[in-house]
Design a protein around this ligand. Structure first.
Ligand SMILES: [Ca+2]
Length: 250
């Protein structure tokens, strides 16, 4: 039974990845389509620009706290996005820019203070442009806390959905990453949670999506697969995954 669910799940994931690859030319994030079973909720944040968020810090005041969290711009989860510390503000560069008059990083969190009943899994995706060819030079410390604690749970599954070179800055390559992470929270009794991360200087986070469900189903491939995908051999990896999954079922 587990094999069947896993197989079905990986099939959905591969289909979603293919869809993401095919839409790579799109200016918008091509997040994995997350179809969790059971009771679910989804939040999205888009259009995080200075125009849309007057009163927020600007370049010269980048280290200031935000005047309020940013509610999800669409969805039904009731989540919010806030800056925890450091630099960052909604910019007309198309997202939350980290930088300012001084050097530094920015730490952010998405929070749902009323998780769905019986929460078992959370999937979190970001589209972020940063300096470097590896996502972990742009994001660090991505972890989940629940019920007001500071558990800093690392993600259980991750995937570089896409990594698109986009010019350079100070002689280093810039990359637009679309990244997916999933936590298995089965049996933890989480009734509220937040996901926190630190974004590197000169990064721009333009889109975010958070899914939660009361039934754990892995929809983001295991880290080993994600690492392969992150190396840029996406098509090869897909073939390899498909073959190894089939072989694993025999
Ligand atoms: Ca909620």
């Amino acid at each position: 039974m587990t094999t069947n669910i896993s197989s079905s799940s990986s099939g959905k994931v591969l289909a979603a990845i293919l869809a993401a690859i095919l839409s790579v030319a799109s200016a918008n994030a091509a997040f994995l389509v997350v179809n969790l079973p059971g009771t679910t909720a989804q939040d999205n944040w888009t259009d995080l620009t200075a125009t849309n968020y007057p009163g927020f810090p600007v370049y010269a005041t980048s280290g200031n706290a935000w005047p309020s969290p940013i509610a999800a711009t669409s969805g039904n989860g009731g989540g919010s996005l806030n800056k925890v510390s450091g630099l960052g503000f909604p910019s007309n560069g198309g997202g939350v820019y980290v930088g300012g008059m001084v050097s530094g990083t920015g730490t952010f969190a998405v929070t749902d203070s009323t998780a769905i009943t019986g929460l078992e899994t959370v999937v979190f995706q970001l589209e972020v442009e940063g300096v470097g060819a590896n996502w972990n030079s742009v994001l660090s410390g991505l972890s989940l806390n629940y019920n007001g604690g500071s558990q800093a749970l690392p993600f259980d599954f991750s995937l570089v959905v896409s990594a698109i070179p986009n010019g350079s800055l100070y002689g280093q390559p810039k990359t637009i990453f679309t990244l997916a992470y999933q936590w298995d929270l089965t049996s933890l009794g989480a009734t509220s949670f937040n996901i926190a991360w630190t974004a590197a200087e000169h990064s721009v986070t333009s889109n975010l999506q958070m899914n939660q469900g009361d039934t754990m189903l892995q929809v983001v491939p295991e880290p080993a697969t994600g690492m392969l995908l992150g190396l840029g051999v996406v098509a090869l990896s897909l073939c390899w995954v498909g073959r190894s999954r089939r072989e694993g079922m025999e």
